[in-house]
Each structure stands twice: as structure tokens, then as C-alpha cells.
Design a protein. Structure first.
Length: 275
């Protein structure tokens, strides 16, 4: 099947997630967030990634309700924040996010961060939430291989998603292989390095050869690795640009160059330090 912006990947529970989504981390609540989602929907996006921590769940829900798009077509992810870990606390946090979003169900609910000594109880709560039907899939975020292996010892439901920082400058190949082995989709946040490595000369050379932008090359790299990818922008032209990645293919030499650019670069937090 030839991919386009409507392309979806089937998760391990049979639910399909759009491969390209809009991230709204650091997107201001109010018109900035609502406009960004509106422009994304106009461009064909049908996947929005938010979190309680982002403080814009209300705006995401409002943008969806006012879009005129059938709710079943839009995939919404939100997340359990650190202060809400624990079985009862996680159940209450989910209910609050659902109410704040003001939608009938959430497509995917993630543990945002592997909080020490509490993540087991939180996962059990997510399993309960999944069984309730108000959440179509559950997963984790910022889980490294040790966190996943620990989770496998007690999980009755294997995560559908592991959302982590992922781009050529932090190409966590071992983690990707672990996820693939366990039929967990790896979802890439900060695919554009939060612009900190966006002007790299090797990326630019590939971009010029394909007559594309550096951002488009980095997003295309993630797509060709079969990742779900959620670039963030609040600018209409960049939201459109980030979606225009299905009309070219990076060849083997391009992919090899990008695959060998890993330098362990993280633009934000480091989950490897969490035991």
C-alpha cells in the first residue's frame, strides 16, 4: 500500500493509529493550540498527541468537537503524569483527562514517565481502564529496555505503544528492536530535535538532493523505520510542510547516513537514569 497522510499502522490489539500525528507539547492553551490543530486537520492529520502535563487537553477536545470531523476518524493520545501514579490515583487522573477533553473515549492512554516503585500499580490501573472501554489502547512513554522488561513480568496486557525521543541523533536501535520483538509500536517524539540539530550539514545535503526541507527528511526517516511520528509546530506553513513527506523516498544510502548519526543527543529529560 502506498503511504499517504491517512496511512495507519495496526497496533498489537488491532486498533489502527495514524502514522503521522501532531504533537502539542509546549503549545499554549487557547487559540495557539486550537489553531494548530485546526490547520493540522485541514492538512489531513487525524492524530493529536497531548498530555495532562501539557495543560492543553481542553483545547484539544474543543478543536476536535468543532472540527466537523467524525470522532472515529481522529486518534487522541493523552498521558498519566508523575504526580498521579498509583492505582487509585491513575484511575482518577484518567477520568479527569476524559472529562477535560470532553470526548466520549480516549484512543490511547500512556504512562508518561516510569516513576520508580509506582509504575506497576499504575500499569494495573491502565489495564483496568482499557477493560472499561473508555480507552481503546494503552501504552507507555520514556520506557527504556529495563523498564519494559520489568513491565513484562507483571503485565497482563502488553503496551501497544512506547513513545520515546527518537531521531537520527538519538537512534536507539536496541530499544526499537526490543519493541519490534514484542509487537510494541515505537512512537517518536522530538523527531525534529526541537530544532537543536535541524540544520545539520548531512541532513541538509540529503534534503537538497530530494528538494525537501531538513525537517521533511527527519520525518521521512522515522516513517521509513515504520515508527509513528509526532512532529510539533504551531505555524501553519510548517504543519503543512511536515505532512508533505509521502511523495519521496529516502534511498538506502540516505538511510545509512542517517542511521549512523547517533550521538545519544537528548533535547530534554533522560529516562535511562530512572531505575
Amino acid at each position: 500500500m502506498k503511504k499517504n497522510i491517512s496511512y495507519r499502522i495496526k497496533m498489537n490489539n488491532g486498533v489502527e493509529i495514524p502514522q503521522l500525528g501532531l504533537g502539542v507539547y509546549l503549545t499554549k492553551s487557547g487559540s495557539e493550540c486550537i489553531n494548530a490543530i485546526h490547520w493540522a486537520f485541514e492538512a489531513g492529520y487525524r492524530h493529536v498527541d497531548t498530555a495532562k502535563f501539557y495543560r492543553n487537553e481542553k483545547d484539544v477536545g474543543e478543536a476536535i468537537r468543532n472540527s466537523g470531523i467524525n470522532r472515529k476518524e481522529v486518534f487522541v493520545t493523552t498521558k498519566l503524569w508523575n504526580e498521579d501514579h498509583g492505582y487509585d490515583s491513575a484511575l482518577k487522573a484518567f477520568d479527569k483527562s476524559l472529562k477535560t477533553l470532553n470526548i466520549d473515549y480516549i484512543d490511547c492512554y500512556l504512562i508518561h514517565w516510569p516513576v520508580h516503585e509506582k509504575r506497576k500499580d499504575s500499569w494495573k490501573a491502565l489495564e483496568k481502564i482499557y477493560e472499561s472501554g473508555y480507552c481503546k489502547s494503552i501504552g507507555v512513554s520514556n520506557y527504556m529496555i529495563p523498564h519494559l522488561k520489568e513491565l513484562f513480568t507483571y503485565a497482563n496486557i502488553i503496551p501497544a505503544i512506547n513513545q520515546v525521543e527518537f531521531n537520527p541523533f538519538i537512534y536507539q536501535k536496541d530499544l526499537l528492536e526490543e519493541c519490534n520483538k514484542n509487537k510494541i509500536i515505537l512512537e517518536a517524539y522530538a523527531p525534529l530535535t526541537r530544532s537543536k540539530k535541524l540544520n545539520d550539514k548531512k541532513v541538509l545535503s540529503i534534503a537538497q538532493r530530494h528538494k525537501k526541507s531538513n525537517a521533511q527528511v527527519l520525518i521521512r526517516w522515522a516513517i521509513q523505520h515504520e515508527l509513528v511520528v509526532i512532529p510539533k509546530s504551531v505555524h501553519k506553513e510548517r504543519i503543512i510542510e511536515n505532512a508533505n513527506v509521502f511523495d519521496f523516498i529516502l534511498d538506502e544510502s540516505d538511510m545509512e547516513i542517517l542511521d549512523n548519526m547517533d550521538e545519544g543527543f537528548r533535547s530534554s529529560w533522560d529516562p535511562t537514569k530512572i531505575d
